[in-house]
Design a protein around this ligand. Structure first.
Ligand code: FES
Ligand SMILES: [Fe+2]
Length: 361
């Protein structure tokens, strides 16, 4: 029997929550790096020049994968994600985002096209069987969800397959109007395992206890959770007098006042849609008990955004971090055994645990 194996009963009414080792064991954490993060689609944040050919280096899932990559756009407008590791002796090729029509390694001057193809290498006269395709920069799969780019090292399936049901469910949201406001970017770091942060995100059960101010703006009784194949969606309805979506007849939510759609994409991405736009949270595992979360703000309706209390999202974040760090301490207790799920309120947590242990098996 594999000592790292964890079972979660498929029936939430019978299931027990994961044993503490899921959140504390370095061996399980290492296994997640290869079997979870290297095999799933990860949000790829890189800032290319607004138009024309260019390059933008970035790191895929810093702390867990830390994969050096570069996003390129060629003259025809085709975007690619390439390895940013030089095929000569491994230096990082692109150092900063700029307009460029080729890539030149800063170490010994090797050049590549924006499609990653090898162009030239100074002083390689006399090298046998050179160049071969091994001199090219490796290209990764690149896919999009609205304006968001995603890359994957060894994906088990396409991003369309991974998120298709979620996209369909949210098709009435104004993805085409979302504009990233980099001035609102922020990062938060705290002492807890990344999966505890996801667990916390995936249930609204804690809202009345942990977030009194949020609780005052939503209808807790109507809070709903929907499970998709590799994602889930939580929907909160707004109390009268607070900002809300009014979904069109094509949406199953037509006729309701929706305060927010809180989407989660396995394993580590949260897309929170509000009437003003999107708050994107990328969860970066930094160690077995250390996590960083990147927040990005994508605005669809500037006037609605200006009207919002921007301090509120930060306040909720600090409340969540404090409780999650507490749970990490609880996970280290010798007295803690496995818990149980609240069947009506913790379906998305259970779903996440099932996906996670399946990926690790
Ligand atoms: S490492 Fe890039 S040219 Fe030598
Ligand atoms: Fe919360």
């Amino acid at each position: 029997m594999d000592p790292l194996r964890i079972d979660i009963h498929p029936d939430i009414r019978k299931a027990e929550t994961p044993p503490s080792r899921l959140y504390t064991d370095p061996a399980i954490h290492d296994r997640q790096r290869e079997l979870v993060f290297a095999r799933t689609w990860q949000y790829a944040r890189a800032d290319l020049p607004a138009s024309g050919p260019g390059i933008a280096p970035f790191t895929l899932l810093e702390g867990a994968l830390s994969e050096p990559l570069v996003l390129t756009r060629d003259e025809a407008g085709t975007e690619r994600i390439l390895s940013n590791v030089c095929t000569h002796r491994g230096a990082l090729v692109a150092q900063k985002a700029c307009a460029a029509t080729s890539l030149t390694c800063a170490y010994h001057g090797r050049r590549f096209g924006l499609d990653g193809s090898f162009r030239s290498a100074p002083e390689f006269q006399g090298a046998e069987h050179f160049p071969t395709h091994r001199e090219d920069l490796r290209a990764l799969a690149l896919e999009r969800f609205g304006p968001l780019r995603f890359a994957a090292l060894q994906p088990r399936h396409s991003l369309a397959e991974h998120t298709g049901d979620l996209r369909e469910r949210l098709s009435h949201l104004p993805f085409d109007r979302l504009v990233h406001d980099a001035s609102r970017d922020r990062t938060f770091e705290f002492a807890a395992n990344w999966a505890l942060y996801c667990d916390n995100f995936l249930e609204g059960l804690h809202i009345p206890y942990v977030h009194p101010s949020l609780n005052a703006t939503i209808e807790f009784e109507s809070y709903r959770t929907e499970l998709m194949r590799h994602s889930s969606l939580q929907i909160a309805l707004a109390r009268p007098g607070t900002a809300a979506f009014t979904p069109p007849p094509s949406s199953p939510d037509h006729g309701k006042r929706v305060a927010g759609y809180y989407a989660w994409v396995f394993p580590n991405l949260m897309l929170n849609f509000y009437p003003w736009g999107l708050s994107l949270n990328l969860v970066e595992p930094r160690g077995v008990d250390r996590t960083r979360v990147r927040f990005e703000t994508w605005i669809a309706d500037r006037a609605a955004f200006e009207f919002m209390d921007v301090g509120e999202l930060d306040r909720i974040e600090f409340e969540d971090e404090a409780v999650v760090a507490d749970v990490q301490r609880g996970m280290r207790s010798r007295l803690h055994v496995r818990g149980r799920y609240a069947p009506a309120r913790e379906t998305a947590v259970h779903h996440f645990h099932r996906l996670l242990v399946a990926a690790l098996a």
